[in-house]
Design a protein around this ligand. Structure first.
Ligand code: B12
Length: 218
């Protein structure tokens, strides 16, 4: 079977919201020796993207989104150990402290979780605050644990403005320069990140880790 066929099978299972099929397809791809990052980016995320488009076109509704969410989560549990093994950092030195959260009004957590896991594997100490987290709580936690990085996820265009509000609040409190603020999620772009005064964004978890390392010179 060609690599592309494995990725297609994974994407198709995600589009069908078929958990069992998604898990089987990811296992088959891993057993065939395919790169776990490609499985995430080319297989799982393109399936998620297609589901999103069908939802926008009115062909899919909330139940389909939920089934896809379930399939993605189960598949992610299979691909995660392989990702962590491949991308973890051998040296045990802590690279920095990170507060990660999905901002208020947004409950999407699959991308945030994988970013948090991969940062942990890369040697960052990550405090994951979960989803729908008020910006003030995120800042308070960052202050409390002495974080250097604030990692924000948002998938809804209506939740993205809270990223800007958080940065504005840091500025208002005179502590903006203490933090590297990274933003991400399906609708977040480089332009948006720049416009709100964030320190950067990345398309996927491996790039997010690279960015965090660059910012920390680690
Ligand atoms: C699954 C899903 C759901 C599930 C989520 C389950 C869960 N536990 O997370 C459920 C069913 C709950 C859901 C609900 C809704 N959803 Co939804 N959902 C999706 C879907 C199909 C996949 C999301 C996903 O998990 N992708 C896979 C992960 C791995 O990708 P990711 O999150 O983007 O993360 C990667 C990168 O972005 C990056 N990254 C992530 N975070 C960070 C952080 C930093 C710092 C960095 C650098 C990088 C980074 O790395 C990650 C890994 O590589 C998307 C479509 C899409 N295109 O993404 C719609 C989508 C996000 N949903 C959408 C909508 C509209 C909704 C609802 C409003 C629907 C409704 N009418 O109720 C609700 C909102 C609920 C809420 N208040 O949050 C829209 C948003 C549209 C918009 N532009 O605002 C989308 C885009 C679909 C669409 N095209 O219309 N959804």
């Amino acid at each position: 079977m060609a690599d592309q066929e494995y990725f297609q099978a994974i994407a198709d299972a995600v589009v069908d919201g078929d958990t069992e099929q998604a898990v089987d397809a990811v296992l088959a791809a891993l057993n065939a020796g395919l790169d776990p990052l490609q499985i995430l980016n080319v297989g799982l995320m393109s399936g998620a993207e297609e589901v999103g488009q069908r939802f926008e076109r009115g062909e899919y509704f909330l139940p389909e989104l939920m089934m896809t969410g379930r399939a993605l989560k189960a598949a992610m549990e299979i691909v995660k150990p392989a990702l962590l093994e491949k991308y973890s950092d051998g040296d045990s030195q802590v690279k920095g402290r990170v507060v990660a959260a999905t901002v208020q009004t947004d409950i999407h957590d699959i991308g945030k979780n994988i970013v948090a896991s991969m940062m942990t594997a890369a040697g960052f100490e990550v405090t994951d605050m979960g989803v729908d987290v008020p910006i003030k709580s995120i800042i308070d936690k960052a202050e409390e644990i002495g974080a250097q990085i604030i990692s924000l996820s948002a998938l809804l265009t209506t939740s993205m403005p809270f990223m800007k509000d958080l940065i504005d609040l840091l500025v208002a409190r005179g502590i903006r320069s203490k933090y590297v603020v990274l933003v991400g999620g399906a609708s977040v772009t480089e332009d948006w990140a720049r416009a709100i005064g964030a320190d950067g964004t990345a398309r996927n978890a491996a790039e997010a880790v690279k960015l965090a390392r660059t910012k920390m010179n680690a």
